[in-house]
Ligand binder design. Structure first.
Ligand code: SF4
Ligand code: SF4
Length: 215
């Protein structure tokens, strides 16, 4: 969630933020989702691409962790629609996280089940259905190649499009992980079913490959 002073001023007004920051904080705590939606709406058409800075940097963000997708990035969010998308694109994964990974701001959504699911771009080392414990630091996004990201700016997930490159590489994220978790709250059932489908399929493939090697 973007809580920078600059963004708070956009949403609550400059004077209010300067004169009554505690009042602003109280209002925000009463309705964090409402605030988050206003921020995302405000930055909806932000064009953050800056190939020059990113080329010099070499993709530090994409090396440390792939970016996350918003439901709004995807046209068909039905079971069949998402299944087809994941099978066709092959670079999007369903990430399963245990509820206890939540931080205080996420408790209310994580409390609904043992696991939570979001979509993020695949790494080079993981499959379509991935559990949090399989993720290693510095396992780069599979779309990162020496010449940069392999999909156009418009095709990239919102997590990428709302990361503002900075010259000092302390880039500003307007779409954080907690935003992503809130966004996928209404799609947990379908993501859970798809996770099971792809997990079983991938495990069958691994077993078949092992059997082939032993023959
Ligand atoms: S967004 Fe920032 S960290 Fe990512 S490649 Fe560009 S400059 Fe580097
Ligand atoms: S999809 Fe593109 S921008 Fe996002 S992490 Fe992968 S290489 Fe980077």
């Amino acid at each position: 969630m973007d809580l920078s002073r600059e963004t708070l001023k956009m949403i609550f007004g400059k004077e209010r933020v300067e004169d009554d920051i505690f009042g602003v904080a109280q209002e925000l705590l009463k309705n964090p989702k409402g605030y988050r939606q206003k921020v995302l709406k405000y930055y909806e058409n932000e064009k953050a691409e800056n190939p020059e800075i990113c080329k010099e940097c070499g993709g530090k963000c994409c090396i440390s962790a792939p970016c996350h997708w918003r439901p709004q990035d995807i046209e068909d969010l039905s079971y069949d629609g998402l299944k087809k998308l994941l099978e066709d694109k092959k670079y999007i994964s369903i990430l399963q996280m245990p509820s206890e990974v939540c931080e205080c701001c996420l408790r209310e959504v994580f409390a609904t089940g043992d696991y939570y699911y979001v979509l993020r771009t695949r790494t080079r080392g993981t499959g379509i259905a991935v559990i949090k414990a399989e993720i290693h630091r510095d396992d780069p996004c599979m779309l990162l190649k020496p010449d940069g990201c392999q999909i156009s700016f418009q095709e990239r997930p919102r997590g990428a499009r709302l990361l503002i490159p900075m010259k000092n590489y302390k880039c500003k994220s307007l779409y954080d992980f907690d935003d992503c978790v809130y966004d996928w709250e209404d799609y947990q059932e379908v993501l859970s079913e798809l996770f099971q489908y792809f997990r079983e399929k991938e495990q069958r493939q691994i077993a078949a490959e092992k059997n082939d090697v032993h023959l």
